[in-house]
Design a binder for this molecule. Structure first.
Ligand code: 13P
Length: 328
């Protein structure tokens, strides 16, 4: 074989486990040298989760970002999450390793569309899910995540609430807090929203003794048949409630399965869509690779910036949220 062909073959040879571990360690060492912390959401690809210093749900990541002493935060998630980390840490450098990592749910509300709803419901306090831009957060009274939405709505002195932008989460909260008037904005996460109760029933029929765990961004027909409804990190804890159950049907983005298998190697986790997680796969959450993290550390890209008034408004809404304890 020519030298050129040998080099080509070597470049495309699958990595051995030892190579993979060495590459991950190299990235972690680079982060230590630069006083950087790597945060990753539960939906990231397994390699990124395994490199990270901390893996969690939206609320856990915000809390971690708030308390870190590192000078740089490498945020492996989607743009609104990195933006929240910046808002909570204006003096720190926050890097999003791949700028294309957006969020369709966050895109479903703009400052203009929120203002239009506020004109229709002028007496309502605005509770905005963190899956939103800093501009939208800045127009809101308080933020919430899937781990504290019910507590946040209950904690407010207001009886009238405008919940934005996720209608499935909003309608679920509305049921938990019937004493308040909750008006729900019309946005949704297309990954969760594509799933139907019939898909979950069909998947469950193959595993009759299984437990269904669903994220509250799922539609009402799924939440009605779910045994547990909670944020991604809380899902990990819920598994422990069922020591005699072998199989769990998981109705959320498939990235969480990695943490579930790591924590419970003897259990079986099945993605609820019945097609090996192909529908419950968020392309934005899968954009960051270990290579992107390395480039981020070496080149200082891509720095997340938030402007003055927006920064102050979004910070107020996020800090009010962080003062309320999580509900799941
Ligand atoms: P968590 O609050 O569980 O992190 O969920 C975030 C999210 O974006 C769900 O689609």
């Amino acid at each position: 074989m020519s030298t050129q062909l040998v080099n080509f073959a070597a470049a495309f040879a699958p990595l051995t486990d030892a190579d993979r571990l060495a590459r991950m360690q190299e990235i972690r060492d680079l982060a230590r040298q630069q006083n950087a912390i790597i945060l990753a959401h539960n939906y990231q690809i397994p390699e990124v989760q395994d490199i990270a210093d901390f893996v969690g749900d939206s609320l856990g990541l915000s809390l971690e970002a708030q308390k870190t002493a590192a000078e740089t935060i490498i945020f492996c998630g989607v743009h609104f999450m990195a933006e929240s980390a910046k808002v909570l840490n204006p003096e720190k450098r926050v890097l999003l390793p791949n700028l294309s990592a957006g969020c369709s749910l966050a895109d479903s509300i703009t400052p203009e569309s929120l203002e239009e709803w506020q004109r229709r419901y002028p007496d309502h306090a605005v509770v905005t899910y963190v899956n939103s831009t800093a501009e939208v957060k800045a127009l809101s009274d308080i933020c919430c995540t899937s781990a504290n939405a019910v507590s946040i709505v209950r904690s407010l002195p207001n009886d009238k609430i405008l919940f934005t932008p996720d209608r499935n989460l909003g309608n679920w909260v509305k049921k938990q807090v019937p004493e308040k008037e909750v008006v729900v904005y019309d946005g949704a996460c297309p990954i969760h929203d594509v799933l139907r109760g019939a898909n979950v029933e069909k998947t469950r029929s193959a595993f009759p003794d299984s437990v269904v765990i669903a994220h509250p961004e799922c539609r009402e027909d799924i939440l009605a048949i779910a045994d547990e409804i909670c944020s991604t990190t809380a899902m990990l804890g819920r598994v422990a409630k069922y020591p005699d159950v072998k199989t769990f049907i998981v109705a959320t983005e498939n990235g969480i399965i990695h943490q579930m298998k790591k924590r419970y190697p003897d259990k079986e986790f099945v993605v609820a869509d019945g097609c090996i997680g192909c529908r419950l796969n968020c392309p934005y959450m899968k954009m960051i690779t270990p290579w992107d993290i390395k480039r981020s550390l070496l080149e200082g890209v891509f720095e997340v910036e938030v402007e003055g008034d927006v920064m102050a408004g979004a910070r107020r809404a996020l800090e009010r949220m962080l003062a309320v304890p999580r509900d799941n």
